[in-house]
Design a protein. Structure first.
Length: 385
């Protein structure tokens, strides 16, 4: 068994051992000084000569072991702490109004009903709706007739029966009729699409919970009158008060770590930064959306964000490992990985600033880098044996 095969098998064995909770698996050391020894049935390990701090592993073997390769990114800098609160997002609540006047014929929901976007919530019957539909149908029929006349005149012109100006007049009438038909159809759609009887369906514009019904069955509504209120409690945003100077260094898309009042942590992304400062407080607002689960609306939160230091270097926190009391990252080499000593700086969100030890052009092991650390540790133990 060659060194590369044994190392890949060792890494895979550690994954199984850690996942199953059986303790440390029996691993083959990375190439180290020593002599090879064969055990019974080929299960004993070899220890070959090699460079200290190096693990031999091909890209395919690293991928099979779950070791993710990432590029070093810029992003070192200071960590700024912010105070904030959880508010309902602007699109978290909708007041549903009647698109045309009429009588509520059916109510399809009740307070507390969970609805999806586009779900019918009520049916209104309206004389105005019936008129709109009739006008649209008539305009469509006129457009078809004008189109047929245009085609007929074009054929007669080809036969020399009618003059060119007659054809051009037919084309103009057909174009005007089609424009009128489009406008009529648009008015019908804006009114909720009433049918020939004047019945139109009122639908929920957003997904959420019906918090209130503003009209009862059989009630009469005018165009624009509120029918229901729908709110989505999961649509919240995080609003932070920040120094005005921060507006120049924080951009939408920046990552921010949020801590709730109960100590729970949430990951979030900045969605907007107010460009100017409030005249009274001298601070600006930073808005963010949580990734997945968010703190409850109305609660107080604190945030932590990396600011400044665009020319710095940052790596995933899981990429930094401790070997023999020193911080290292595992840099990709042509034959595998090399433990590179680094000096870590500030930590924010899920990244660590690297003060010294990397140039910024390296590719390193990110997720499951601890498996490579375990390989080095195993090799050191066997060297002493």
């Amino acid at each position: 068994m060659n060194t590369r095969t044994r190392t890949a098998a060792a890494v895979a064995a550690l994954i199984v051992a850690v996942g199953a909770g059986y303790g440390a698996a029996r691993l083959t050391a990375a190439p180290a000084a020593g002599t090879a020894a064969e055990g019974e049935e080929g299960h004993a390990e070899e220890v070959e000569g090699g460079e200290p701090g190096v693990v031999t592993l091909s890209p395919a073997e690293a991928q099979a072991a779950g070791i993710r390769i990432v590029s070093v990114q810029s992003g070192g800098g200071g960590e700024t702490h912010l105070a904030g609160r959880v508010e309902a997002a602007p699109d978290a609540q909708a007041s549903v109004g009647a698109a045309l006047g009429g009588r509520i014929e059916r109510l399809l929901v009740a307070p507390g009903s969970v609805v999806r976007a586009g779900q019918p919530i009520a049916v209104v019957i309206s004389g105005d709706g019936a008129t709109l539909r009739a006008e649209a149908d008539a305009a469509t029929a006129e457009a078809r007739a004008a189109s047929a006349a245009r085609t007929r005149d074009a054929n007669l012109f080809d036969q020399g029966v009618v003059a060119r100006q007659d054809v051009e007049a037919s084309q103009a009438r057909a174009a005007a009729a089609e424009a009128q038909a489009r406008a009529s159809r648009a008015r019908v759609a804006a009114a909720g699409g009433p049918n020939a009887s004047g019945r139109a369906t009122i639908v929920a514009p957003i997904a959420g919970v019906v918090t209130a019904l503003r009209v009862g069955l059989g009630g009469v509504v005018q165009q624009g009158d509120p029918v229901a209120t729908i709110a989505n409690p999961n649509r919240v945003e995080l609003v932070f008060n920040a120094p005005a100077a921060l507006a120049a260094t924080v951009r939408p898309g920046a990552r921010i770590t949020v801590q709730g009042a109960d100590g729970a942590e949430y990951a979030a992304v900045v969605t907007a930064v107010a460009p100017g400062a409030d005249a009274q407080s001298g601070s600006t607002l930073i808005r963010a959306r949580a990734d997945g689960v968010a703190p409850p609306p109305g609660s107080a939160v604190s945030g932590s964000i990396i600011t400044g230091g665009e020319s710095g270097i940052a790596v995933p926190a899981e990429a930094v490992q401790t070997v023999d009391g020193a911080s290292v990252v595992f840099v990709v080499t042509p034959t595998g990985f090399r433990a590179q000593p680094v000096v870590p700086g500030r930590r924010a969100v899920d990244r660590i600033e690297i003060v010294r030890g990397l140039t910024g052009s390296e590719r390193i092991a990110g997720a499951n880098a601890f498996l490579l650390k375990a390989e080095l540790g195993k090799g050191a133990v066997e060297d002493h044996d």
